[in-house]
Ligand binder design. Structure first.
Ligand SMILES: [Zn+2]
Length: 380
């Protein structure tokens, strides 16, 4: 079965022997996990040989060598590879909090997403994929896993609202606006963000401000000298008349932001029009999707989170109880502004309700391997 994802063998299904086959990507052989039936389940991951593990049935269980007996989530479900990257960075952040006054955050992050429970879900094409069903998240603001899940959730919220937005405002256009100011000492970050938020309020209340709706996120990056570079990414929804009579040049945007910030230097401001992809004129979806990725990417780059212990600790204190994402104008009625509670489900991953025990797959985090590894709940 030369596929690189889980596929349900239809012949097996028809025969009532419901097995899920998983192809091996590191090796050349096929690995399979038995599920409903009594047949043998075999799994291989790093090696070229097959390792076999019995599952629900009472048939033979083959034993794999220690280095070849683990099935990695990233192998059988390549789309879930990001889990490894984010969870590995969470381990780094956890380690940085150790022996600091914020050790409690490290303890919470340590327990975050240690075990992922997936359900095998069949697509319309008949192939099987894994959907996250249950996991525990620590919700610490600086946890890379939680930051990633939160940004996915925000994007999902926006995408869910797009049909309603375009129904109410069929000719709406979008701009991507980045507003910066001079770097600040990290110890001044909270005060600086407060000043910037006041400036945003003044900007959005100006008569020239063209947006009828907006979504804005805060990003903080670390400069080489250790200062903080806070800036806003905003997606603005404007009427088509913006381009005819209310158009603001980049220079005017810069001037308005400087006035709103009440500063006497020229801040860096970037403004771009969100365009449909070439060949897809009339469809804003893809362009909007890319713009939204930019707007709701992350609050702090993971590479900055793991770079320096003192910086991380101070950043955590400075970001405490500050708002990461805000929604305004007409979008406020269409997109909820509160921090997402549910970090599991989104439009690509709806709540599956009850799942058959046999269709659940557990993967546990292995810090040393930096991999999520299949855990057979029947045998462990
Ligand atoms: Zn977390």
């Amino acid at each position: 079965m030369p596929v690189n994802h889980i596929t349900r063998n239809r012949d097996f299904l028809l025969s009532g022997n419901h097995d899920i086959y998983i192809s091996c990507c590191h090796g050349s052989s096929i690995a399979a996990v038995g599920c409903h039936g009594s047949s043998i389940a075999a799994v291989g991951c790093h090696g070229s040989s097959i390792a076999a593990v019995g599952c629900h049935g009472n048939s033979a269980t083959a034993v794999a060598s220690a280095s070849k007996d683990e099935i990695c989530l990233s192998t059988i479900s390549p789309k879930d590879k990001p889990w490894n990257v984010h969870r590995a960075n969470s381990d780094r952040v956890k380690s940085l909090y150790e022996s600091t006054e914020l050790e409690r955050y490290g303890n919470r992050i340590r327990d975050c997403a240690q075990m992922l429970q997936f359900a095998a879900v069949e697509s319309d094409e008949g192939s099987l994929g894994l959907k996250l069903r249950t996991a525990h998240f620590c919700r610490v603001r600086t946890c890379p896993v939680c930051q990633w899940r939160r940004s996915m959730k925000w994007r999902a919220r926006f995408f869910k609202a797009i049909p309603k937005i375009l129904e109410a405002y069929p000719n709406a256009r979008f701009l991507l606006l980045t507003l910066t100011q001079r770097n600040c000492e990290l110890t001044d970050l909270k005060a600086t963000l407060s000043t910037m938020n006041q400036a945003w309020k003044r900007l959005s209340e100006r008569q020239q401000f063209p947006a009828i709706g907006w979504i804005k996120s805060v990003e903080v990056t670390r400069s080489l000298d250790g200062t903080a570079h806070p800036h806003f990414h905003a997606l603005l929804m404007v009427k088509p008349s913006y381009f005819k009579k209310n158009y603001l040049s980049q220079a005017t945007w810069t001037e308005l932001w400087a006035k709103s910030l009440r500063i006497d230097y020229t801040p860096i401001v970037d403004v771009r029009v969100v365009k449909p992809r070439p060949g897809h004129e009339g469809e804003l979806g893809a362009g909007l999707s890319a713009a939204l990725l930019e707007t709701l990417k992350y609050g702090v780059k993971e590479s900055d989170l793991v770079s320096d212990r003192d910086w991380l600790v101070e950043l955590t204190k400075q970001l405490h109880k500050t708002r990461a994402v805000a929604v305004g104008g007409v979008l406020r009625d269409l997109i909820r502004e509160d921090d997402p509670e549910d970090l599991i489900h989104d439009e690509d991953n709806p709540d599956l309700g009850e799942t058959e025990e046999a269709d659940k797959f557990h993967f546990g985090w292995r810090e040393r391997l930096e991999e999520y590894v299949y855990v057979d709940r029947e045998t462990c």
